[in-house]
Design a protein around this ligand. Structure first.
Ligand code: TRP
Ligand code: SF4
Length: 336
């Protein structure tokens, strides 16, 4: 059975973009594949050394994973920093890729530009795709669900795996990126939904909060006067209907929107979308409330996930050290 590994940086509570862009796919993968889901807390250090909230954000995010329906019995949910083999494999892999290859990475280049780092970019930041390669290959991941921005990192992972196998023997699979659909889910302002842009709607927000957030949502800019026909394709609220309303109701929204504000007012249309979102996530909200009231259960789930991840990681590192001929032991190369 193919293995899936994916991870997210600990950003705290998740929004509709995280849900439709990643989590929702994970729910399917956990049924079809051997899966591991990781909180990439060491990755968070690449761009933020203020670690005061990392632990809290890790828990908030894991609670959302569980609320969405990830099943920790099927797929270990674990925290990167609690499995030291990630750091060890990262070190070995750092010898298998050139600095110039890493400097050509478009995603990191863009981050460096956006954050205005340039001369101040750290060694760890330039190298984080190598850490990501270790994340994936420690579990012998075959499939890596990621957004488009992360595809270059999976490519680097493939290069490292090939280089390792050619040099030391066949230990690793050559993983493939599984690009996620709906990766560009719009925020209330119409730009890509992102916590840092302040345009996000958390999927477990209470219904009143979701209504509040949608009040300000971007609508068709040409629908101003009572007789202006609407263009649903230009409206963020319509995208929400498409995603969370029934096909029949979406058809009604479309028709009425085109007929103009006398037939369908934007305010009512927004509130209807808000209510469909709230209904869709009612079970998740309930699960979240249960978990918030039971922190020991969240601890136990993470401890169990960390333990299971460590067992796999430990086994892979034994094969790696052996393939390298480290430690004075006999070689046991092979995918074991
Ligand atoms: N780098 C990814 C991000 O910033 C998170 C991540 C870390 C990841 N390790 C991973 C994703 C391994 C997939 C597989 O979003
Ligand atoms: Fe958007 Fe609905 Fe207004 Fe049409 S009626 S512009 S779909 S909010």
């Amino acid at each position: 059975m193919a293995t899936v590994l994916s991870g997210m940086r600990p950003t705290g509570r998740l929004h509709l973009g995280n849900y439709t862009g990643a989590l929702e796919n994970w729910l399917e993968y956990q049924k079809q594949y051997r899966s591991f889901f990781m909180v990439a807390d060491l990755h968070a250090l690449t761009t933020d050394l203020d670690t005061g909230q990392i632990s809290q954000r890790t828990r908030e995010m894991v609670i959302d994973w569980l609320a969405a329906g990830l099943d920790p019995e099927r797929a270990p949910l674990f925290v990167q920093s609690q499995v030291p083999e990630h750091a060890e494999l990262h070190l070995v892999f750092s010898m298998l890729i050139t600095l110039s290859r890493l400097e050509r990475n478009p995603t990191v280049k863009e981050q460096v530009r956006d954050l205005g780092l340039d001369e101040t970019v750290t060694y760890g930041h330039i190298g984080y795709p190598v850490l990501q390669a270790a994340d994936i290959l420690l579990y012998k991941g075959d499939l890596v669900p990621v957004g488009e921005d992360q595809a270059p990192h999976v490519e680097i992972t493939r290069e490292i795996a090939r280089r390792f196998n050619n040099t030391f023997g066949d230990v690793f699979p050559i993983p493939q990126a599984k690009l996620t659909r709906f990766a560009r889910f719009p925020g209330v302002d119409g730009q890509r939904m992102s916590k840092s842009l302040g345009n996000a709607v958390n999927f477990t927000d209470p219904p009143e909060e979701i209504r509040q957030r949608l009040r300000k949502a971007a609508i068709d800019p040409e629908r101003v006067r009572q007789d202006d026909p609407g263009h649903p394709e230009a409206c963020t609220v319509y995208t929400y209907h498409q995603r969370f309303n029934s096909a029949d109701d979406v058809a009604v929204v479309e028709k009425e929107c085109r007929a103009g504000p006398r037939v369908r007012g934007c305010f009512d249309c927004k509130m209807e979308a808000a209510d469909r979102i709230s209904e869709h996530f009612a079970p998740a909200r309930e699960r979240r409330a249960t978990l918030e009231a039971d922190p020991a259960r969240v601890d136990a789930i993470l401890q169990d996930g960390n333990q299971r991840a460590r067992e796999t990681a430990h086994q892979t590192m034994r094969e790696v050290r052996s393939a390298l001929g480290l430690g004075g032991t006999q070689r046991i190369a092979g995918r074991g």
